[in-house]
Design a protein around this ligand. Structure first.
Ligand code: HEM
Length: 317
């Protein structure tokens, strides 16, 4: 029967709170128990590489991240979601990178192949996961999930961005986005920025036919083959500098397209496979000196959830 708008608003309301524990619990309910494996981005591959900062970044930002000629990198490319056997023909891809800096410092980033998060707050994402779980259990329909998203405007940009877009053909043919705003120190005032990692060889997405009838697993094989054949794969790292009025607390909305871009360096993947990334927690709040997180409400929840997942997988839970 037809519900009134008020009844619908109530029915599709956001959860009132969202803790890191809530996320770990619901990832396990959706994906099942996989001891020793990441509770999100379960499927992936380690890689190693090198960062070369640009002169522009060295001159503009004071962080030790840029005051080196080169920095060794440990990376992990991954599939979004907590399914270790995820079908690679669909879905977001992710990358985690740890930069090794002098004096035992490091810098960590983790981004995905979408410029926007599916909602302004952790509560939006938890609500989405809750409706998906209900649908999996036969307690809700796909229409309920869509109505939940429609009831929350900040979930629209991510839906829009994904519309008609197929997943990337390779881990190295996608642009990755840090999504959140962070702050970087300069000689003057700190500046807000959001980053993108752009493949030098260009973006390449799967054809509709590959999505329908191609292999389900190809990303890891392809990456290993690529670095073996080509020797290396390089990305350009760009930072978009926010203007005074651009919000730092909303990961669901991009800043206007005309904002200044700084090419801060290149990130080169030199080998793939192995276990170098296994002992790393790609927590995006663990940043080098001279850089600091913003007031984005998703960042602290991420940090806490990654710590729980990290502790559990290292102790085979
Ligand atoms: C409330 C929001 C989020 C929660 C609760 C969450 C939770 C998690 C958890 C539990 C892990 C596994 C960590 C580990 O075991 O080491 C993970 C991995 C990851 N997440 Fe998130 N995440 C959130 C948002 C995001 C966003 C916004 C991005 C992209 C900007 C992102 C990108 C990644 C990537 C790339 C990985 C894989 C890191 C690796 O390879 O070890 N996540 N996430």
């Amino acid at each position: 029967h037809n519900h009134s708008k008020a009844e619908d608003d109530q029915h599709y309301a956001l959860p009132k709170s969202a803790t890191a524990q809530d996320f770990i619990a619901i990832f396990k309910e959706i994906n099942g128990e996989h001891p020793g494996i990441r509770k999100a981005h379960a499927r992936g591959v380690c890689a190693v590489g090198e960062f070369t900062p640009s002169t522009a970044a060295k001159q503009r930002f004071t962080s030790p991240l840029f005051q080196v000629d080169n920095a060794p990198l440990t990376l992990r490319f991954s599939m979004g979601g907590g399914n270790p056997n995820a079908d690679e023909r669909r879905g977001a891809r992710g990358v985690g990178i740890q930069f090794e800096l002098p004096n035992n410092q490091s810098h960590t980033i983790a981004g995905i192949t979408s410029p926007v998060f599916s909602g302004a707050t952790p509560n939006h994402f938890l609500g989405l996961l809750q409706w998906n779980l209900k649908m999996m259990r036969g307690e809700a329909t796909r229409e309920d999930v869509q109505k939940f998203m429609a009831a929350h405007p900040s979930m629209q940009p991510a839906i829009e961005w994904n519309r008609g877009r197929t997943a990337s053909a390779e881990y190295t043919s996608a642009t990755y986005y840090g999504i959140h705003a962070l702050w970087a120190n300069t000689q003057g005032d700190a500046q807000k920025f959001r980053w993108q990692l752009v493949p030098q060889a260009g973006e390449k997405n799967l054809t509709k036919q590959q999505v329908e009838s191609g292999p389900q697993s190809f990303l890891t094989e392809r990456l290993i083959e690529q670095v073996k054949n080509d020797g290396a794969v390089t990305f350009d790292w760009h930072w978009t500098i926010g203007a005074a009025d651009d919000p730092t607390n909303d990961p669901s909305a991009q800043w206007p397209a005309d904002r200044e871009q700084v090419h801060v360096g290149t990130i080169t993947v030199t080998s793939a496979g192995g276990e170098a990334c296994t002992p790393i927690n790609f927590d995006p709040v663990r940043v080098a000196r001279g850089i600091r997180p913003s007031d984005d409400p998703v960042l602290p929840i991420r940090s806490a959830a990654y710590a729980i997942s990290f502790g559990q997988r290292l102790s085979n839970q």
